[in-house]
Design a protein around this ligand. Structure first.
Ligand SMILES: Cc1cc2nc3c(=O)[nH]c(=O)nc-3n(C[C@H](O)[C@H](O)[C@H](O)COP(=O)(O)O)c2cc1C
Length: 211
């Protein structure tokens, strides 16, 4: 497994998964626990961004729910912010990821945040490739249609961020301005970054939804 990441802020909560073996499929829950998500106005979204990326992670899903052609993978590096006067999400995907094909082929993607009970599903989707197996049916999560994009969210998610691609480019090692960065790429598989406009956010009260 080639996740050269792991928590960077303070003491790690879990063992960095960079050397971990691919995880076994988590048991599917008996019936899907209904998560009460509401649309959240962007100005009201409450998200501890550093903690969320570094410790909780997101499930990035690109593709098209209606045709069944989509693929999820766990991401721990990325950002939320404002760009070109638009709310945006930044994700970075190595060329070795099956998901990159879907990110390039389809115009939209979602980022889903989960409660601690779904950690095993995130570890599964972050250690197995959709190139080798049907990850979706084995990860214990239930894809659901999104509101404004073709890529699905997941029923169990507490936060769903729907995004439309605005920009994509590969990191160019010639432009790295700090020496440590290259150490993240022993195989020279430089990430492709994607900036997506955030077009809808759905979440629980914890993320700012009205009760
Ligand atoms: C916590 C965690 C965070 C990860 N973050 C990223 C990331 O930001 N970018 C990336 O390219 N891979 C990341 N990975 C690795 C991919 O999730 C992993 O290689 C996955 O199996 C790719 O699946 P795919 O081949 O189906 O796309 C992460 C893995 C874990 C466990």
């Amino acid at each position: 497994m080639i996740w050269a990441g792991g928590p960077t802020i303070g003491a790690p909560v879990v063992q960095a998964p960079e050397t971990a073996e691919p995880k076994a499929a988590p048991p599917r829950a008996e019936g899907v626990r209904a998560v009460k998500r509401q649309p959240i106005d962007l100005a009201r979204v409450t998200l501890p961004v550093f903690h969320s990326w570094d410790r909780q992670w997101f499930l990035l899903t690109a593709g098209d729910f209606a045709s069944g052609k989509f693929n999820p993978m766990t991401v721990g590096w990325g950002a939320f912010g404002i760009m070109w006067k638009k709310p945006m999400a930044l994700v970075v995907v190595r060329p070795t990821r099956h998901t990159q094909r879907f990110m390039d082929e389809y115009p939209e993607f979602t980022l889903c945040g989960f409660g601690a009970g779904h950690r095993d599903a995130l570890e599964y989707c972050g250690s197995r490739s959709g190139r080798d197996e049907d990850k979706v049916s084995r990860c214990g999560l239930t894809p659901v249609a999104s509101s404004r994009v073709a890529a699905p969210g997941f029923e169990e998610a507490e936060l769903i961020v729907e995004c439309r691609k605005m920009y994509a480019d590969d990191f160019d090692p010639k432009r790295f301005l700090a020496q440590f960065i290259d150490g993240n790429y022993p195989n020279k598989d430089y990430h492709r970054m994607y900036l997506g406009e955030v077009v809808a956010v759905f979440g629980t009260e914890a993320y700012g939804a009205s009760p």
